[in-house]
Design a protein around this ligand. Structure first.
Ligand code: NAD
Ligand code: DAU
Length: 364
């Protein structure tokens, strides 16, 4: 039996990971530590049995230290972060505080408990990072591998790169048993509706515009969140201490391709389920019109990375990772989840996010 501390476990990927782990490792103890920022929602963990949720900040060393000791934690899976690139452009400080200072506080507390006081007991610190640390690719460049040089371009990516380096340093200097995974763009249930896919699904349902940054030809490698969770599980179970693993979805698509798929899927769903027209009367699809009429090209994101792509040969060959299904199939599943779970996203959007958007985006 393992005793896991999952930081950021009330966020998008963290809550999917907690669900995934609870299903597959029923005897393990699961403690979630989450500061419940705008992106953290206890509702994302509804129905998950046998977990403890502590509202608190990873920067609070006393809290983290006492949780490690009291719960005798042997594994930390570290998701907690500020995660949205646009927010990092408008307000980088929170990214430095949580992603760099917060990760360092966790590392210090883990070292104190496992190494300084714990006489080298079996332990693991798994750090969840991003492909954005590698910067941007041209159309013909080889995909990011674990040996690609770091070249982060946004304050978010730079803060994640710094946290990756700290994790690495705690292994090399102190012998902390760490692993890191760097993954591509996740999609799936419980993603906060500021990221491309959930934002555009919800906008389409309300008949609001779909703001496409620049020419919309930026490429991302789309990874279904459950595949990401399986990748992390493989790294925890079989990954080599001190190593980094890239995790991708094998679905390199331009944003406009994703958006066109989204528009077509919504049109098809409304045609199949006439009752949706009553629930979402402002959607073009409710009037038999194309959702694609909502597409609007807007000013590009500053410093916008053009292309991300993951070379996942290492995790495939060493750990046997394979993404489970095609993008279209998981995308359809995701779109239906948002249509069926309006209660979740309307509650999430009723909170501080709306105020934040009003304050920060009103003049753009
Ligand atoms: P998210 O924004 O949905 O969730 C982040 C969670 O961390 C929230 O629950 C929030 O309340 C919590 N949190 C924030 N600051 C905290 C603090 N100081 N102390 C404790 N909790 C805090 O993010 P996500 O999309 O689920 O991403 C999770 C991790 O995966 C992040 O580290 C991110 O960098 C990484 N990642 C995300 C993606 C993606 O596509 N979403 C891709 C690659 C890597
Ligand atoms: O690559 C991994 C990263 O993926 C993670 O580390 C980040 O936490 C996660 O937010 C994500 O970053 P992106 O910036 O790629 O994701 P986002 O959903 O914000 O945007 C995806 C693409 O869509 C990107 O090229 C910007 C574009 N976009 C996004 C929004 C929100 C638009 O064109 N319009 C939009 O309104």
């Amino acid at each position: 039996m393992a005793r896991l501390l999952v930081t950021g476990g009330a966020g998008f990927i963290g809550s999917n990971f907690v669900r995934f782990w609870r299903e597959r490792h029923r005897a393990d103890e699961l403690l979630v530590l989450d500061a419940m920022t705008y992106a953290g929602n206890a509702a994302s963990l509804d129905g998950v049995e046998g977990i403890n949720l502590v509202e608190g900040d990873i920067r609070d060393g006393n809290l983290v230290g006492s949780l490690l000791r009291e719960r005798n934690i042997d594994t930390i899976v570290h998701f907690a972060a500020e995660s949205h690139v646009d927010r990092s452009i408008l307000g980088p400080d929170a990214f430095i505080d949580t992603n760099i200072v917060g990760t360092h506080e966790l590392l210090k507390q883990a070292k104190a408990f496992w190494l300084d006081q714990g006489s080298g007991r079996d332990h693991r610190f798994h750090h969840v990072s991003t492909d954005e640390v590698y910067g941007t690719l041209g159309g013909e460049d080889p995909a990011f591998s674990e040996t690609t040089a770091y070249a982060p371009n946004s304050p978010y990516a730079a803060s994640k790169a710094a946290s990756d380096h700290l994790v690495r340093a705690y292994h090399h200097t102190y012998g902390l048993a760490v692993t890191t995974s760097n993954c591509s763009n996740n999609y799936g249930p419980y993603q906060f509706p500021e990221k491309l896919i959930p934002l555009f699904i919800i906008n389409a349902l309300h008949g609001r515009s779909l703001p496409i940054y620049g020419d919309g030809m930026q490429i991302r490698d789309w990874l279904y969140v459950e595949d990401h969770c399986r990748g992390i599980e493989l790294v925890l179970e079989r990954g080599k201490i001190g190593e980094c693993y890239n995790i991708g979805g094998g679905a390199e698509l331009a944003n406009v391709e994703v958006i066109d798929t989204l528009c077509r899927s919504i049109d098809a769903l409304f045609a199949d389920v006439p009752a949706l027209a009553e629930r979402f009367p402002d959607a073009p699809a409710a009037r038999g019109q194309d959702t694609s009429q909502l597409k609007t090209y807007v000013t590009d994101r500053p410093g916008h990375d053009r292309r991300y792509a993951i070379d996942e040969r290492k995790i495939r060959s060493e750990l046997g990772y394979v993404p489970s299904r095609e993008f279209e199939s998981w995308f359809d599943h995701t779109m239906r989840w948002y249509v069926e779970n309006e209660t979740w996203w309307s509650a999430v959007l009723d909170g501080s996010y709306r105020n934040w958007v009003a304050a920060n985006y009103a003049s753009r």
